[in-house]
Design a protein around this ligand. Structure first.
Ligand code: AMP
Ligand code: GLY
Length: 416
């Protein structure tokens, strides 16, 4: 089997690694990929969506796996183009990927399908947004488009709201687009991932992302500074409630509205006092949750995704281990406002008993590694208990050094 994975970060490194461990030993390709990914998957000579799909066709690719979201909604859409060319794709077509690409589309879908979510109003101007906020703080403001994780502001007061609205409507920092003004929900967050295949689904191991830059969950929002995953993260009762009130109506809504879906769907949930509510959908796996979850997946992920892309849910092909998995992110100087490239990474060779996924690194001329991005490495370890996974992951992360390294010491420990 020949599989092409689209993406270049730690999530794709974890996906490629999990696919490479599938018993059928698939031949792997990655676009655009990274130096670390290219140790497991071959690079692809393409320079955009059209040429990528043409390359897949010419090279007899059996399955395309969408790691990241951007190609799903670019141009004609990755899955749409794959479909036209007869290439099975694990990832939804453009129309369905609006669930991630447009916050307004997602909000309307949620409301139409009676799925619990925060109240929200779409606005076109700064004045409309201020009126929609109505002086109630904290409030949540969301740019209605893909904004590389920077499009959401939880605003404690008017000054911070005006700052964000100025960024969006005056500076046009994310380009043209509306702003969704949303009720601020309170509670712990949990990330639920489901493989959705038409009207069928399989829920993967739940995870929690540590989004803030600093210990104690303080500081600015980031792409994610670490994650913990386990079946035991939430109770069976809560998972059943999430399945009944959120996952099933989502799958039903997609079907009823004629939105085809074969791929991972990420439910970003907040566990409020009145029950779980959806804060966002993403049409892909989470990063860094993927790095924590993949080591818990046993069996044949490659065959599972191929069957899924062809419309068949093969639950018999994969299993989830019972233990815990903890992923610690090492980030470069300046992250999340900026990042620093070129800092030499040491200590990787000392790591044993943990997996290292590369989020943003580059090979150096002497065969070592240097930083090349904001999030640099994900160090992941597992254990039968949460404590064991936490100590192993942090101990392994302690072995890696580079100038300007930033990391959180409470990943897996802080329970919120
Ligand atoms: P998103 O980019 O949609 O994942 O949002 C980023 C973060 O903003 C989420 O992980 C939450 O911590 C926070 N957030 C988003 N929507 C809400 C909401 N309605 N109430 C409170 N916090 C929210
Ligand atoms: N971990 C958050 C995300 O992947 O969007």
């Amino acid at each position: 089997m020949r599989i092409l994975v689209v993406g270049k970060g730690g999530r794709e490194h974890a996906l490629v690694r999990a696919l490479s461990e599938s018993p059928g030993k698939p031949e792997l390709f990655c676009f655009p990929g990274s130096d670390a990914i290219f140790e497991l998957a071959k690079p692809v000579a393409a320079d955009g969506l059209e040429s990528l799909v043409a390359w897949m066709k010419a090279n007899a690719i059996d399955l395309c796996v969408a790691g990241e979201e951007s190609y799903l909604v670019k141009g004609e859409g990755l899955a749409n183009l794959c479909g036209k060319n007869g290439i099975p794709c694990w990832g939804p077509p453009k129309e369905s990927a609006q669930l991630e690409a447009s916050k307004e589309f997602a909000k309307e879908f949620l409301v139409r399908n009676g799925i619990p979510t925060a109240r929200g109003v779409a606005t076109d101007t700064l004045e409309e947004a201020v009126a929609a906020i109505g002086g109630v703080y904290p409030t949540v403001l969301k740019f209605d488009g893909l904004a590389a994780g920077k499009g959401v502001a939880v605003c404690p007061d008017e000054a911070s709201a005006l700052d964000f609205l100025d960024d969006v409507f005056t500076q046009r920092r994310f380009g043209a687009g509306r702003v969704l003004v949303e009720q601020c929900l309170v509670g712990p967050e949990v990330s639920i991932f489901a493989a959705i295949i038409d009207d069928q689904y399989l829920i993967f191991t739940p995870a929690r992302d540590y989004k803030r830059a600093n210990d104690g969950d303080l500081g600015p929002n980031t792409g994610g500074m670490g994650a913990v995953a386990s079946r035991q993260l939430i109770s069976q009762e809560l998972l059943s409630l999430i399945e009944k009130e959120i996952v099933q109506p989502t799958v039903g809504g997609l079907r009823a509205e004629g939105l085809p879906y074969r791929g991972f769907l990420y439910f970003g949930l907040m566990l409020t006092e009145t029950g779980p509510q959806v804060i966002e959908y993403n049409c892909r796996f989470g990063d860094p949750e993927c790095q924590a979850v993949m080591p818990l997946v046993e069996g044949d992920l490659a065959a599972f995704c191929l069957a899924g892309a062809k419309g068949e849910l093969r639950e018999d092909l994969i299993r989830f281990s019972d233990g815990w998995s903890v992923c610690v992110i090492l980030a470069s100087a300046g992250y999340p406002d900026s990042s620093r490239n070129g800092d030499k990474i040491s200590g990787l060779e000392k790591i044993a008993g943990a997996r290292v996924y590369h989020s943003g690194t580059r090979r150096t001329a002497d065969g070592g590694w240097e930083t090349h991005g904001g999030r640099v490495l994900a160090v992941v370890s597992g254990g039968d208990t949460r404590d064991e996974a936490v100590s192993k992951a942090h101990a392994a992360a302690d072995l890696v050094t580079f100038d300007g390294l930033q990391r959180r010491r409470d990943i897996g420990i802080l329970n919120f």
